[in-house]
Write a protein that binds this ligand. Sequence first.
Ligand SMILES: C[S@@+](CC[C@H](N)C(=O)[O-])C[C@H]1O[C@@H](n2cnc3c(N)ncnc32)[C@H](O)[C@@H]1O
Length: 368
Amino acid sequence: MKLSLTRACCRSYTFPIFRKPSSVLPRAIFHQSLSSSSSSSLKPKTPLFLRPPKHSATFSDLKKWHDWANTLAYEVGSSFADSDNGPDSSILCRELKWLLEDSLEDNSLIPHLGIENNPNSVKLRIALDELYGLWKERIEKRKPFQYLVGCEHWRDLVLCVEEGVFIPRPETELIVDLVNEVVRDNEQLRNGIWVDLGTGSGAIAVGIGRILGSKGKVIAVDLNPLAATVAAFNAHRYGLQDVIEIQQGSWFETLKGFEGKLSGVLSNPPYIPSDDICGLQSEVGKHEPILALDGGLDGMDDLLHLCNGAASMLKPGGFFTFETNGEKQCKFLVDYLENDCSGSFCNVSIVSDFAGIQRFVTGFRRAL
Ligand SMILES: C[S@@+](CC[C@H](N)C(=O)[O-])C[C@H]1O[C@@H](n2cnc3c(N)ncnc32)[C@H](O)[C@@H]1O
């Protein structure tokens, strides 16, 4: 199976996956609550664009690096695309421009790179030899661009990400719109407690944290301690430390005491069938955390667990959205929610993503 993401003119690319050692997920080992302002023993890396411009290089040395990097990108041609739907030269050249933009203190200097014998020097946020190393990793190891620069543009947010943490995808952005629609005319839900299960970089949590009412709250949970740390960093960066509580743990296990009280349950869980993982793009398969990708034999392990949990955790009238792999999983989930969950849910429906692919299953906890 090939996963690829493209969004015209925006920073995006394609992702890989790792094979999990077994189809059974390690359930709830940690139950640690991290305040989004507190520091844990893990420190998130500062993304390139937020680092101070403490390095300098001459124009001609920067131009030499740029010419070298461009040549590597051109040499790739369509070879990655042909082998696993990876990026071609044109995408890599676009990424190279973004890397330059994030590295330079003054982007207005970029057009001057082409001028030979420019005697001036430039201020950089990263040393030139590190830029050589980064671009080698991009081309030779197929390391995702987002891990090079330490961020991803998602909706109107710039979210920090790093190796070990799932890079948020464009299709997931729609979850925020779905929640917005539901809370717009429902003050009770808008001021209630929402959970983002498997929060990763905190994308969904930060997205909805900004649209809830003044009493609304988001609990963002992830089993991966690095993801929890990065999510806390992103929540704090957007001033949402009092709205979003980060918890490290497995799915609903840290949420004891909230049974029947949640206004919303949201998740983009791992949903790739284990056997499809080896066919993913190198950027995804070799570099993104397997914990974020592998959904077991048919990709449904976590989705079914989330449906069962939502039945007991949502309050009557509470809303849920789960992202899936596509039409087959959506249809399976709808059937399960309607026929195997003791009539717990109503208004269950499938929502397509921006590409027209059936992607999300949404619904409400039936009122008692
Ligand atoms: C596909 S990623 C989605 C991340 C983020 N919500 C997004 O959309 O960008 C799935 C996330 O679920 C987390 N995860 C996997 N198993 C989990 C579990 N048992 N409990 C909580 N989180 C888990 C992974 O660490 C990963 O961050």
